[in-house]
Design a protein around this ligand. Structure first.
Ligand code: CIR
Length: 259
């Protein structure tokens, strides 16, 4: 096992104009494409500034959500795994990332089904990996993925994502090797029993999808109380604009595959 945030590389995908039609559970205003593209560009620039070598795949107009590369694969220094997204509209994205992963990883494993897993439901901890069951990730998928992870040397546990939370990581993220930031509904997640759980402050449940990259935590710019809470713990915080990606139910981890 290697550190869960000492990344050196990332794989992102340029948003297509169709991204404004990305899947979303609720209503609310549509994203503005130029603003969303600017948010994505700033995200890629930040990863590069933090020392990662970032490769940018071309936009895929036929797949509005394809900029969320995190959901279709898992990447580790030991190899990569192609997943089977539970959202039907996203299943075709996998074929479009296969060659890019094969070119960058010596070992490329692949889920064959019938189950489904999306990467947003896979939380990497320092000593194991938690797969959250959700509307996008089912038990059969989690079981198959756990077997593939074992081949790469990773132990997996299966958890439950609370109802109303899109992906497991929509509601929790790693702050450091022993600490998780989580929404109150995930406070008692048994998989966090040996960790410190820091709760998102009231009204800032949307802040839970932070992204730790090396020594810095990326967080949505509007989540002031959560930023203060992290800063008080001595963590370097980078505030990112996420308003328009959030309109299609996305956050910071979704926009890259990292290893
Ligand atoms: C979807 O519903 O699939 C996209 N609109 C958002 C994906 C967000 N991905 C993530 O949380 N890992």
């Amino acid at each position: 096992m290697t550190s869960p945030f000492a990344f050196t590389r990332a794989l992102c995908r340029t948003p297509a104009p169709s991204a404004v039609n990305g899947i979303r559970a609720g209503g609310g205003p549509d994203p503005d494409f130029d603003t969303l593209a600017a948010e994505h560009e700033a995200y890629v620039a930040t990863l590069r500034e933090l020392g990662l070598s970032v490769d940018l795949l071309p936009a895929l107009d036929a797949f509005p959500d394809a900029l969320f590369t995190e959901d279709v694969a898992l990447t580790f220094p030991e190899g990569a795994i192609l997943l089977r997204p539970g959202a039907e509209a996203r299943a075709g994205e996998v074929a479009h990332i296969r060659d890019a992963l094969a070119a960058r990883h010596r070992v490329l494993l692949e889920m064959t089904g019938p189950g489904h897993v999306e990467g947003g439901d896979v939380l990497r901890l320092a000593d194991r990996i938690v797969i959250g069951l959700s509307d996008r990730t089912d038990r059969a998928g989690a079981t198959e993925l756990a077997g593939l992870l074992e081949r790469l040397g990773y132990r997996a546990e299966v958890a439950v994502t609370p109802a109303g939370v899109l992906h497991f990581k929509t509601g929790c993220s790693l702050i450091d090797a022993r600490t998780v930031l989580a929404v109150p509904a995930m406070r008692d997640c048994p998989e966090f029993a040996e960790l410190e759980v820091v709760l998102t402050p009231p009204g800032e449940e949307g802040a839970a999808n932070i992204l730790r990259v090396r020594d810095t935590v990326l967080i949505g710019e509007t989540w002031r109380a959560t930023q203060a809470l992290l800063a008080a713990r001595g963590i370097a915080v980078r505030r990112m604009a996420t308003e328009h990606v959030a309109r299609i139910d996305a956050g910071l981890s979704c926009m890259s595959l990292r290893w």
